[in-house]
Design a protein around this ligand. Sequence first.
Ligand code: NGO
Length: 529
Amino acid sequence: MRVLRRTLGTLLVLGTFGAAVSCTAARGDDARPGDDPPAALAPFERLLPAPASARAGGPGYAFGAGTVIRTATASGEEVRQLGELLAEQLRGPSGLPLPVVDGVGGDGIRLRLDEEAEGVGDEGYRLESAPDGITLTARTPAGLFHAGQTLRQLVPVAGPGIVPGGTVEDRPRFAYRGAMIDIARHFFTVEQVKRYVDQLAQYKVNTLHLHLTDDQGWRLAVDSWPRLAEHGGGSEVGGGPGGYWTKDEYRELVAYAGERYVDVVPEIDMPGHVNAALSSYAELNCDGKAPERYTGIKVGFSSLCVAKERTYEFVDDVLGELAELTPGRYLHIGGDEAHTTPAADYAAFMDRAQAVVGRHGKTVIAWHQLAAARPAGGAVLQYWGHDKTPAAEKAGVVAAAKAGHPVILSPADRLYLDMKYDATTKPGLAWAGHVPVERAYSWDPGAYLAGVPESAVLGVEAPLWTETIATRADWEYMAFPRVLGLAELGWSQAGSLGWDDYRRRLAAQGPRLDAQEVNFHRAPGVPWS
Ligand code: NGO
């Protein structure tokens, strides 16, 4: 949202839905927008990610003991379940029962699925608040879910009270809005990852990329190669016990994420980053000897044996079982830092690995090193370069984008959540430099890589690598608040981005994060209350 001009008690807010619309402001008339402490932001002004347009005005809706959540019977079971989830999220400490009932005819919170709804796209929505109720309208259940998350931000942190009158019309800029967690370097449980899913979904992040395997650990059970998890799962950085997820646990996480409209993208990193697999099966090694498990933090030293046919049986078995477990469209096959694999071998290996993904009915995502080999038709490249990445490497990615490969942007010096904020940050790495909150936010994904047009950008993703992160507290400290910036870069329209407005809306999220007991970094430059 861009505030254009103030008139008597009125803000003019420009959204991508076109014309400037008037909106009654809660602040004093003579304050300048830049001066407001965060507490003064009215509910419609503090939404994060910024909506395409928001217009406050007219009397609002007061939640009460009689408030119900309504879904149309014709909308089906999925929308009803979504209503139940929203009720659970809104109840909070308020004590309101918020039952979910059939029929969108009466007062209350109405979830309207309308395939004809205009201007909202696949994930967008309209939210209208008036004295008789709040109507959420979308073409898809995902759109209704996002509308519900906006509604959560419009109610007081302590639970629903009064939502001011007005309308929000909203839709995402990018289809792919992701966060990655590395459970290979340090093991984390499904419960811990579920908590992250909840934290992300409330800011309209719709993809969770799981880095499941690396030199230090293999974290998912594979029936046809059981030692991967049983042996390869039993290590982590620093010598801790590691661990792995059973297939049922993985399914449980996928289902949990799915109910929050978050797709899971699992990654099996290859042909490098495979020491845990090599250590589990001697036959995967060119010399037939299994190395020890690895608990350090070096990268780029291991490789699958490209010349052995057994390697491709392994790839097919692992990706086949993973494809079966994964309802989403993508399988991530890594492809980064295969420093000990000669370039020709790397390309030959990636040809075959990509073909396996295709045979199992999925689309490839790989780190952008795939651009230097032969990306298969439709393969998506995940760019993790930074300001100092050599021009030739960038040019390869640009050429691939021009040839039709969608790009996910994860610039390491912007979106790597494992980079330290500054020299005082205890956990984290600094190989791509320090990444303060403003730097993480202040760039435009649509214009980031010269020669890659916005139409080639599938979206953005913030990875959290865990070489130095072993606890939930450190994980949250590194992710929050930077991951909220990622959420806004992925969702909000280009004209809505701006650090000065953003930092005040970010500050307004502080009490919400506190209420959720998120261990976030109170970054300087943000007017936390
Ligand atoms: C690199 C490397 C990872 C490290 C990470 C640490 C990619 C794609 N490969 O990113 O193995 O964990 O940096 O920041």
